[in-house]
Write a protein that binds this ligand. Sequence first.
Ligand SMILES: Cc1ncc(COP(=O)(O)O)c(C=O)c1O
Length: 376
Amino acid sequence: MTNTILPFYQPTNKVVVRSNGFYQYDAEGKQYTDFDSGVWCVNLGHSHPGVLRVMEEQAKISVHHGYRFRNLQSELLSEKLLGILNLKGGKSVFLSSGSEAVNLSITLAKHLTGRNRILKTDNSYLSAYGHGQISDQNAGLLTVKMNDIEALSQIDFSEFAAYVFEPGTSFGLIRFPDPDFVDLISRKARKAGCFLIADEVTTGFGRTGKWFGYQHYNIQPDMVVCGKAMGNGYPVSSLSVSAETARQFEKAHFRYAQSHQNDPLGCAVALEVIRIFEESGIIRHCNETGSYFLEELTSLKNRFPGKIDDVRARGLMLAAELAADIDGESISNRLFDDGFVVGFKQNILRFMPPLTINNKEIDLLVGALERNLNAL
Ligand SMILES: Cc1ncc(COP(=O)(O)O)c(C=O)c1O
């Protein structure tokens, strides 16, 4: 094979030739169980037959069109999504990636408030570029430590256009904010006229055992951003806003152009993803398998004191924090050799499999992890 891809990340030399459910196969025919759902995208499993069927059918009808037209798929999807998000009377727009939708939500919040700063918590990943990018150059972004209630009293919320809330940080560490913290920061933000934006790019679509991660808290966001699992691997994302935000938008003369806005193919795929979620009971399954997975990891932790320091989970978003001197990357590499794809960051192993995963696959993974910890 040639080697002409810019190396922004370092893949192995394995070539994926087929994906199906929670399995992926390389060119030598070796099977890998994907405990990372691609990049946390295929919550229904790779190449879900229902999604593939709709993709094919819609592609034959219409993939894309210009600004002169509307399409039925985007209207149906918006209505459906707004219902699930409890944003009835609101409006949505559909784009291609999480970063685009997060950036649009922040741009809109800045435009509507006339303010230039954004608040987020640490370890939260919002976007690859632009307003949400984590970088020293992004001076408008203030990062507050998750669950640090004291720190909130130092913040002048009236300077901020929005608080961007990630209900569970996927950026390697898998941490979930305390309800008291979320309650206080949201109330302070609202009182000062900041928008409350829920970034559901990773926590959305059942990952945490509810449709959306913010639904674990007693808050109702003004804007919700979705991506990743919304297209089950097909690139489609969304920004949905409340009725009040939509009213403000209409008065604000805010224009935004992007070629793949509201493309019918992505919208048809997302509609089918939602239909499968509603009909398959997959969120209940996620809660059951997530509880089993957590029990098994907790039992492993108890058998390996000094090697596993902590395990944490919400639904099928789990982490095993290894002792500080154990390199998560090397354990993740050994598991890959054993046929399991798991994420890592520093000494933390991350497990976010398709929500269709079952107890047998979890046993196999935990067994392989046990063997690798024994071999240390
Ligand atoms: C919480 C969150 N927001 C936004 C993004 C950006 O999404 P994308 O990579 O589709 O641009 C990600 C990506 O991992 C994410 O985890």
